[in-house]
Structure formats: C-alpha cells, structure tokens
Design a protein around this ligand. Structure first.
Ligand code: OGA
Ligand code: MN
Length: 212
C-alpha cells in the first residue's frame, strides 16, 4: 500500500466512503486493514495520552488458560478507555459510528464497544490466541488501532493473523493510525516482541449473549 495515495476521509458522513475499503473486505474475508478511519491529529493526541498514563496494569487472561501463567501468554499492560478525555470521546464516537455501519452493512447486531489502551514494552508479546470462544457470541469484532508516531519495520512488534487452519493470513506493522478489524471468533493471532514500547488501542464490538 502506497500511503501517499491515502488520506483520512474527514467528517462523519464520509464514513460512507469506507464501504469499499472496510465493509466489502470484512464481508468477503472477515478482516480488513485501513489507515483511513482516524484523523492523524486524534491519533497523535491518543499517543500522547497513553504515554502519560501510569495506571496501565498487566493484562489478565481468561480462566480457560489458567494452566499457564499469564506472563507466559501475554505481557501487555492495559487500561480501559472510559471517555474521560476529549480524545477518548472522539475515538469512541467514531467507533460507535462504525458499529452502526457494520450493523447496517453486515447485519451483525453489535450492541456495545469496549476498548483499552495497551503498551507492550521491549520484548513483550502476546502468544497466539482467540479473542472470543466459538459459539459464545460475546466479542464479535475485534479492532486494534496503532498509536506510535514512528515505527520502523526492523523494530518488529507485528500483529500476525492466522486462519482457522493455522495458515498465516496477514502481518501488520503497528504504524500510527492503522486500524485492523476482524471477526473475533475466526482469527487466531499473536503479537511479536518489539525493540521498543508499542502502543495501541484494542477494542471489541459485542453482543449481549448473557454468558458474560
Ligand atoms: C489483544 C491483541 C493485538 C495487537 O489485545 O487481544 O491481540 O496488535 N492485540 O496489539
Ligand atoms: Mn487478541
């Protein structure tokens, strides 16, 4: 992808222009990657915010994985977005518009969105995992938006996605403003260790299954 060809598409109404680059691949393949969802100014504000947050804590893993210590599985430090800053509100509003758009285009019936800031320090990883268990229909679509203002390929830290049979589907460098969306139950994925701190917002569009 030649980034010079792309520009952030401003304005809420313009989200319609994202059909071709988001909804079509999501419907066809179950995943998509774009750098056109967020204003670069907002990404820079969120980057500044996450670097100033000193309350990010080692993330937990589900009880189904309790046979392994969680530091063997994931080493990211996370903190929920609660809309306490203008930048978070803008981010959450954009994601809510996207939620409605996905419901209209893909009939997913998504009801909620939750998101956390994540920091992977040098050497941190998240081993191959699924964000939702099949049939639970709780977390339906995963989003990850990357915040580092600069990211060089040799720093590593890629998101690697696999299909159901373990074949690699894609690899994404955590470059500022890039957002990945994928069906949470369908794509095992991992985060490779990086040479420097890696910042992102991971989010989940949910339905209320009643299963928790
Ligand atoms: C997660 C996750 C991917 C990434 O938080 O569940 O898989 O690229 N994150 O940060
Ligand atoms: Mn994940």
């Amino acid at each position: 992808m030649d980034s010079s060809e792309y520009e952030f598409i401003a304005g809420e109404g313009a989200l319609g222009a994202l059909d071709e680059i988001l909804m079509d691949p999501l419907a066809a393949d179950g995943w998509c990657v774009t750098d056109q969802l967020f204003d670069p100014v907002l990404i820079a504000e969120l980057y500044q915010e996450v670097r100033q947050r000193h309350d990010l804590l080692p993330a937990k893993v589900g009880r189904h994985q309790s046979h392994r210590s969680h530091a063997d599985i994931r080493r990211d430090k996370t903190g929920w977005l609660d809309g306490e800053t203008a930048a978070q509100q803008q981010y959450l509003a954009r994601m809510d518009t996207l939620r409605e758009r996905m419901n209209r285009a893909l009939y997913l019936g998504l009801q909620q969105f939750e998101a956390h800031f994540a920091r992977f320090d040098q050497g941190d990883f998240y081993r191959t995992h699924l964000d939702a268990l099949k049939g639970q229909r709780n977390r339906v679509v995963t989003s990850v938006t990357y915040l580092n203002s600069e990211w060089q390929a040799q720093w590593g830290g890629e998101l690697v996605m696999y299909d159901g049979s373990g074949l690699e589907v894609t690899r994404v460098l955590p470059r500022a403003g890039v957002t990945v969306l994928f069906l949470s139950e369908e794509f095992p994925h991992q985060v490779l260790p990086a040479l420097t701190s890696r910042y992102s917002i991971a989010g989940w569009f949910r339905v209320n299954s009643g299963l928790g």
